[in-house]
Design a binder for this molecule. Structure first.
Ligand SMILES: [Zn+2]
Length: 197
């Protein structure tokens, strides 16, 4: 076991699973937090990066499949374990981008074994915070009045939401995703030359 306690984030919509996992893993020396769905999990990850993400696959809102794919792209350093009672065996269910799979109900020892197979948690150097490139949004130029609203697709949770435009803003604007509250920088592309009849 590493000197520093590995940080585990448990994601499950069932309170009992969260409580049990937190107790058991806490007892084993892991530093455990929990979240009840994909969106709150992303908020937790943004607050503090866990070493290991242990997530249920079937959850309302954002499923574990979606959460794993977002974490895979955005937080590649996090080790990912999928868990479910609806899949059997030790193979990661297809479509889940996880490093390992824990079949729910197979016992604490099975889970601890899987956690033990995670590569040694390295002391992570603080990652250079390169500002992400802004999203480029096409303003709909059709019609006489300029559109005052654009649709933004969140790069973190992949959800879309409408965003009102304020023309006094600079070229690169910033907003928070209404779903996962991640901060998104975006820039408006002015419409190409209007079509002439
Ligand atoms: Zn989002």
């Amino acid at each position: 076991m590493p000197d520093t306690k590995a940080k585990v984030l448990v994601v499950d919509d069932e309170p009992l699973v969260r409580t049990t996992m937190s107790l058991v893993l806490g007892e084993m020396g892991y530093c455990v937090r929990s979240a009840d769905n994909g969106f709150s999990a992303l908020r937790e990850i943004r607050q503090e990066m866990p070493d290991i993400l242990l997530t249920d696959l079937n959850m309302p809102g954002m499923s574990g499949f979606e959460l794993l794919s977002v974490v895979h792209r955005r937080f590649p350093a996090v080790h990912k374990i999928a868990m479910s009672g609806a899949f059997f065996g030790s193979e990661v269910p297809s479509g889940a981008s996880a490093d390992a799979f824990y079949q729910k109900g197979t016992g604490v020892n099975a889970l601890l074994h899987i956690l033990g197979t995670m590569p040694e948690i390295k002391q992570r150097a603080p990652q250079p915070s390169s500002a992400p490139a802004p999203l480029w949004i096409h303003r709909n130029g059709h019609g006489s009045a300029p559109e005052t609203c654009v649709t933004i697709s969140c790069p973190e949770c992949l959800r879309s939401f409408p965003q009102a435009l304020d023309d006094s803003d600079g070229p690169v604007r910033e907003t928070d995703c209404i779903h996962c509250s991640s901060s998104i920088q975006y820039a408006i592309v002015q419409p190409e030359d209007r079509m002439t009849a």
